[in-house]
Design a protein around this ligand. Structure first.
Ligand code: ADP
Length: 376
């Protein structure tokens, strides 16, 4: 029987075990070196650690917060100064869901000043149970200030562009109507192109102004009693010429003789108009669009469905972002700014409603706008 060959093992030299205080010192240095505020809590929400940046941001001393309950010493409020409901606090949501929670909120500093912050809370999970949480927060003051400057600039520039644009519009119209002498058949298409471009630019300026207004929290909702079947029909009528020009067929399903409902006509028209305009823009000639409104006891639900280009799966999460346009339409020569959906999503949410969609590339898209009715 062959003798089993002996294997020589080299045993690595024994690592000198580091004292637990090394770990602790390392963690302390890590906390101290991060420029954002960091707070660690145990599983009961008691603050066990906070870094200097966190103390500075909150304007507190370590002894003010350490070993205190997070919710009793870190006060978060709404824009109007009322405290956030406990269940809306990111740390509570992180403990409840076991997931990382991101949120924007306002913290109250020790001297009462409100500090806008971006908060990320991650629960620390061990054997499936949260044993604590880490919150990272950063000051948004400068970001908000520069956003405001940007919005103010866009708003002023847009207002200033309106005046010369209306002059271009008026004089081109006069040329078109022969008020400056006869226009030849050859000249007419050029004049039409100028008028169309002016119209587009006007729409863009209005969109930019609406966006700056919304971002400044200045969306004004004016409700009146409306016949929403008629209003929906009116919006649709504006788009029939564009659909016909592309030989796109339309199916319309609206309730008949609806009871008057309290709603804002301009904002609803803006949302439905944008969805219809997109459906026409992003559907190939000969395609089909369905426009419907479903009324329930509680809600109004508009649906705009098309069998157009669809939205690639990879782009869907970005579709409501400002200036975002999906890559499948950028080579299709369809004009756009990527602002419409961002705008109407904000409008829908200011109305207390929701906007969402389903889409499959090269099959089509369905956009939904759900508006809760005012309680009777
Ligand atoms: P715009 O149409 O000016 O580009 P929007 O914000 O209205 O801006 O739309 C953003 C993007 O969403 C579009 O550029 C397009 O990629 C995609 N999209 C919107 N509606 C549809 C639709 N019905 N079908 C396919 N893609 C759409």
């Amino acid at each position: 029987m062959a003798k089993r060959s002996e294997v020589k093992r080299t045993v690595p030299p024994r690592q000198a075990t580091e004292a637990p205080e090394h770990d602790s010192a390392r963690l302390e240095a890590l906390f101290a070196s991060i420029g954002e505020g960091i707070i660690a809590t145990n599983e009961r929400g008691i603050i066990t650690r906070i870094n200097q940046a966190g103390l500075d941001l909150l304007g507190v001393k370590r002894s003010d917060v350490i070993r205190k309950h997070f919710l009793s010493v870190i006060i978060a409020v709404h824009d109007n100064g009322t405290p956030l409901d406990v269940y809306d606090r990111p740390i509570v949501r992180a403990f409840q869901t076991g997931k990382t929670v991101n949120a924007r909120t306002l913290y109250v500093q020790k001297d009462g000043t409100l500090l806008p912050v971006q908060v990320t809370v991650s629960p620390i999970i061990l054997h499936g149970r949260p044993i604590g949480a880490i919150e990272v927060f950063r000051d948004l003051t400068n970001e908000i200030e520069s956003d405001k400057l940007k919005s103010d600039f866009i708003s002023i520039a847009s207002h200033q562009l309106r005046t010369p644009l209306s002059a271009i519009n008026m004089y081109t119209r006069m040329l078109h109507d022969g008020l400056a002498g006869p226009v030849t058949d050859e000249q007419l298409p050029y004049i039409d192109t100028v008028l169309l471009s002016v119209k587009r630019m006007n729409t863009l300026i209005n969109t930019l102004l609406n966006i700056t207004r919304i971002e400044a929290g200045g969306i004004i909702i004016k409700k009146t009693m409306l016949q929403l079947d008629e209003l929906s029909q009116e919006v649709l009528a504006e788009f029939i010429p564009a659909a016909e020009a592309k030989s796109i067929s339309l199916t319309v399903d609206l309730p008949e003789r609806m009871q008057p409902t309290s709603a804002d006509s301009l904002l609803i028209k803006e949302i439905c108009g944008n969805l219809l305009s997109n459906a026409i823009k992003y559907t190939a000639p000969g395609g089909h669009i369905e426009f419907s409104l479903i009324e329930t006891a509680k809600d109004l639900h508009w649906i705009v469905s098309d069998n157009g280009y669809g939205i690639p799966a990879g782009s869907q999460k970005n579709i409501f972002l400002k200036f975002f346009r999906a890559e499948n339409i950028t080579n299709k020569d369809v004009s756009g700014t990527g602002l419409g959906l961002y705008l109407i999503k904000n409008i829908a949410e200011s109305l207390g409603g929701e906007l969402w969609f389903e889409s499959i590339e090269d099959v089509g898209s369905t956009f939904h706008f759900l508006l809760p009715k005012d309680p009777a």
